[in-house]
Design a protein around this ligand. Structure first.
Ligand code: MLT
Length: 389
């Protein structure tokens, strides 16, 4: 059976080339089993019954209705880290642009290009573009995920004094981060001391508007704010006021909105963080790998609405996967179904994430239609799929 994949945005060719012949790129969203997406907003889209997986080639998932997908048994993946280097490089570039008026200097040369004495005039004019160095300045990083950690390492190598705050930092990210970073317990500790503050957290109800008046009031006068994560992490009215008063010296934001493009002392880029060939290729390849591992083996890696569950490649006669509610007695109900049909369960994995859970069962005899029907009949079960039978 062919697996239909709908691309809601252009996806890098090197990723699509990783789809073997049983996959087919389709224009027909209504019958697709998988969706590959970058920035297309899916909140108002119907979710077809055929749809098993949505893989986002990127980190942010605020364009996808995660809960609605989970309720419908659609696993949503993202690609954390795949575009981190692109975002890191732009963050570092923004700090250098904030420290020195490089853009003003370039514009001056352009405006004076017909001056035959430009070499001499430039020596007089250049003082208006002089700035500072980032070496020795204090950088505060809010969020030490894949991006925050490599921003920390790069800034440390450039001689900055780096402070980081992330109560949920993963072991992997902590291990990858230079020990020279000073960890603080609260964002407020960063606000008090840092010259540059960069934000690398996802947009959630709990993070929306987190840089607000209260935060700006605690910061050093003239602080530089960098936002390469999502526009609404920063309260737009409050940052306008802080920019007008000089409390915030400069704002770099990668999200043009009717408000951000009209803020004073602000440099806006058109969501360029991950717009590099390398990032687009990495994201496409990772999204396709995750999607294929789920379709072909039932494994979940880097999902944002179901628990990560890795059962490897099935070595037994059959494998059945069950997306279900995270409630008591689920496993008892599943095993009862198999014992009724005298099917031996060789291996079993069960993981939960919030209200949802996932079970993979490898069995020693062929999976019958009756077993599938009985599992589907359990009220708390959302979707049953025989990956191998
Ligand atoms: C991300 O969420 O990965 C970045 O903002 C880039 C993108 O949206 O593609």
């Amino acid at each position: 059976m062919s697996v239909k994949v709908k691309c809601l945005n252009p996806i890098a060719e090197c990723g699509l080339e990783m789809l073997p012949e049983q996959y087919e790129i389709t224009d027909d969203y209504e019958s697709a089993q998988a969706v590959l997406v970058r920035s297309a907003v899916m909140h108002d889209m119907e979710l077809p019954d055929s749809l098993l997986a949505v893989a986002r080639a990127g980190a942010g998932v605020n364009n996808i209705p995660l809960e609605k997908c989970a309720e419908k048994g659609i696993v949503v993946f993202n690609t954390p880290g795949a575009n981190a280097n692109g975002v890191k490089e732009l963050t570092i570039a923004a700090m250098l642009l904030a420290a020195r008026d490089i853009v003003g200097g370039v514009e001056w040369c352009e405006a004076n290009k017909s001056d035959p004495d430009i070499a001499k005039t430039a020596e007089g004019a250049k003082k208006q573009f002089a700035g500072t160095e980032i070496k020795g300045k204090k950088l505060g990083i809010i969020g030490l995920g894949a991006i925050g950690v490599i921003v920390a390492n790069a800034a440390n190598r450039l001689g900055m004094d780096v402070y980081g705050c992330d109560p949920y930092i993963s072991i992997e990210n902590a291990v990858n981060m230079t020990r020279d970073v000073t960890m603080v317990k609260t964002n407020e500790e960063l606000y008090d001391i840092c010259d540059y503050i960069t934000i690398h957290v996802p947009l959630l109800d709990s993070t929306k508007g987190m840089l607000n008046k209260e935060a700006f009031d605690r910061m050093k006068d003239g602080v530089v704010i960098l936002n390469f994560s999502r526009d609404t992490l920063v309260n737009e009215d409050d940052i306008r006021e802080a920019l007008q008063s000089g409390k915030v010296g400069r704002y770099f934001v990668d999200f043009p909105t009717p408000t951000t493009v009209n803020l004073p002392n602000t440099t806006v880029t058109p969501h360029l963080g991950a717009s590099t060939q390398e990032s687009e290729d990495n994201c496409a390849k990772m999204a396709v790998r995750e999607m294929r591992d789920f379709i072909e083996n039932g494994n979940i890696r880097n999902s944002v609405n179901y628990p990560n569950t890795d059962a490897g490649i099935c070595q037994t006669v059959g494998r059945i996967t069950i997306l279900h509610k995270n409630l008591p007695k689920m496993l008892t109900q599943f095993t009862n179904v198999f014992s009724k049909d005298d099917i031996n369960i060789e291996n079993m994995w069960n993981k939960s994430k919030g209200n949802f859970a996932y079970s993979i069962l490898d069995v020693c005899s062929p999976i019958t239609d009756q077993v599938i029907a009985d599992l589907k009949a359990i009220p708390e079960v959302i979707r049953v799929r025989a990956v191998k039978r």
